[in-house]
Write a protein of this length. Structure first.
Length: 612
């Protein structure tokens, strides 16, 4: 695990107050990355990463630390970075431009800038949030780290858990930023920075996706630009390191693997995960892509015993509860690559959220058609008529459709939320619910949905998924699972220019009726195998619920964690008993998701020994 950490405390007792080495050690514990650190009377900073992903500069009262693969988009800044290093170039440019310099940085990065003379510090993360950065700020100091574990290693930090965060974890299966599991600690959202200035601090966005919905360009010109940008982004991603690629057999991972072949002229090393479970194994599609692009392909079949072994490791790799079960196969895929000598994997994450590939986009389009009907027609004709007819067969389906379609967005987007369907009062204890705001998750989603500058339904959904699907869920999953295996990961499809290109695409080129990824698939129809163009999205989904029924060691390990969780009086004991004795037996896949997020909660709480 790599990243940044440190603190800024202009009136503090000096470097002896805290040990930057202790904070940095939390970031190096999985892969023993080298540590670079600098300190001054007003603070200290460390970068934990290999040479290509780290730079640190100090000159008198200025200190700059940068982690990741930032690329200057400004010619003057780029030239300065080539001559004297990126951190120094940023320090000099920041003195002239202030926070405006962030608009001149592309790529994936986390950044810390200290100005001791001005008693001012700035922290920032990249536009898509691929490099996490957390912080705790008060009137005296600013403490930061790429993980909450690093922040908590500072002697003034506390590990006091927010009850609201636990509620949000069961709702979202992750804890969405900017809040975290701990009181007084926050995580920067994508494209934002925080400034600490003489005891006060404030968070500011420096980038948001700007959707252009009326641009008309010939398909041929769009395709040429798109393919050129794909080649450029993959070319930059393979510039250094021993490169491999995740290959699930989906359109995104297959596109990345194929582009590696085109860019390098060599057979890329690709890695895939399989399951001995019907309906979950996608290795066949990965093999099709591997044959098409002549990759050096390897596979590993994850077993239930692997899941038992991975439970404590996955919980340890995450600095707060994390409930995406596909972290397990992602870890084993990264481990397979590491065992083959790979130190950097390319992931295909982001394609669905940029180009309209998630099935829920088509579902919401179908529901939106009802809202497009004139309200008098709906209220005076359609709904009364349906209400008079017997509620069976097609009429029953029509009534359910109307009921669902009548829910406004974004509440309709989250209508099938597992926690809300089960009923929070059935899941949580009464005393726990007294300390949380049950309406907060919906209000949070409403604010995020409203913050988009998009007009079309598809772009508003994409903007929402930039946060909840990518920044809060998929990117931390892939990054942390890969770091746990000792592998760095890069995301070529999240290249800044590709993101900007997608924002300019007409909405109908992302979702045409119910046809997903219309432009992406049409542009690459001569590049990708037809079987992959036609397949539905799947990924590395884990058959946890099914294995929970059939594999006794996994069942025992899971139920032991639930027994431990019962003692915390967060979740109702009756619910846990019913979950294990009835629900999992009858509906393994559906209720298996709840079992997973609960056992990962208990595993994390037990390992981190935080107080609630």
């Amino acid at each position: 695990m790599s990243g940044l950490c440190g603190w800024f405390e202009p009136d503090g007792p000096g470097p002896a107050h805290a040990d930057i080495g202790v904070m940095a050690a939390t970031l190096a514990r999985f892969d023993a990355s080298p540590v670079r650190a600098k300190s001054a009377p007003w603070g200290a900073a460390a970068v934990v990463a290999r040479d290509a992903d780290a730079d640190l500069y100090q000159d008198g009262e200025r200190l700059v630390a940068i982690y990741g693969r930032a690329r200057p988009s400004d010619a003057r800044l780029s030239d300065s970075a080539r001559r004297q290093g990126l951190a120094r170039a940023i320090a000099e440019s920041y003195a002239e431009r202030g926070a405006e310099i962030l608009k001149l940085l592309a790529g994936s990065f986390a950044l810390a800038i200290f100005d001791g003379a001005a008693r001012k510090a700035l922290l920032a993360t990249d536009r898509m949030g691929t490099r996490s950065l957390c912080y705790a700020a008060d009137a005296r100091k600013l403490v930061f780290g790429s993980t909450l574990d690093a922040v908590c290693a500072h002697p003034d930090s506390r590990r006091q858990i927010r009850p609201q965060a636990i509620y949000e974890y069961l709702h979202f299966h992750v804890i969405p930023g900017p809040d975290t599991v701990y009181v007084g600690q926050s995580r920067l959202e994508p494209g934002t920075y925080v400034v600490w200035d003489n005891g006060s601090h404030h968070v500011v966005p420096y980038w948001r996706p700007e959707f252009t919905e009326d641009e008309e360009r010939p398909f041929t010109a769009l395709k040429q630009e798109f393919v050129a940008l794909l080649r450029k982004s993959v070319g930059q991603a393979v510039e250094d390191g021993k490169i491999g690629a995740f290959l699930s057999g989906g359109t995104d991972s297959s596109t990345v693997a194929g582009m590696v072949r085109q860019v390098t002229g060599e057979a890329p090393r690709t890695f895939s995960i399989g399951f001995e479970a019907e309906g979950f194994d996608e290795v066949g599609y990965a093999r099709i892509a591997a044959r098409c692009f002549k990759t050096r392909h390897q596979e590993y079949y994850v077993t239930p015993d692997d899941v038992v072994s991975a439970l404590p490791r996955i919980a340890a790799a995450h600095d707060q509860p994390f409930g995406n079960s596909s972290a397990v196969p992602t870890y084993y895929c990264a481990k397979l690559a590491r065992d083959d000598g790979v130190d950097t994997l390319l992931g295909g994450d982001g394609g669905d959220e940029l180009f309209g590939g998630n099935s829920r986009y088509a579902t919401q389009y179908v529901y939106s058609l009802y809202g497009d009907l004139p309200q008098p027609l709906r209220r005076s004709v359609v709904e009364p008529l349906v209400g008079l007819l017997p509620q069976v067969g097609v009429v029953g389906k029509a009534r359910r459709y109307i009921s669902h379609a009548s829910i406004p967005m974004p509440a309709r987007y989250d209508h099938y939320n597992l926690l809300e369907r089960l009923g929070p009062h059935n899941v949580f204890t009464a005393e726990f619910l007294e300390n949380v705001d049950r309406a907060a998750p919906a209000a949070q989603v409403e604010r995020a949905y409203g913050a988009s500058n998009a007009d079309s339904l598809i772009n508003r959904m994409l903007a929402l998924d930039f946060k909840y699907t990518l920044a809060d869920n998929d990117l931390p999953k892939v990054v942390r699972s890969s770091e746990l295996a000792g592998v760095d990961v890069r995301f070529p499809l999240l290249h800044d220019e590709l993101v900007a290109f997608s924002a300019r695409l007409a909405p109908c080129l992302k979702l045409r009726g119910v046809r997903l990824r219309y432009f992406f698939k049409k542009a690459l129809q001569d590049f990708l195998p037809p079987e992959i163009i036609k397949k539905s999205k799947h990924g590395f989904g884990l058959p946890f619920g099914r294995w929970l029924q059939s594999h006794e060691p996994l069942r025992q390990a899971a139920f032991e964690r639930l027994t431990d969780l019962k003692k915390r009086h967060i979740v109702r004991g009756e619910f846990l008993d019913q979950l294990t004795s009835v629900h999992v037996e009858r509906h393994a896949n559906y209720y298996g998701t709840m079992v997973w997020i609960l056992i990962m909660l208990e595993q994390w709480l037990g390992q981190h020994r935080a107080s609630l």
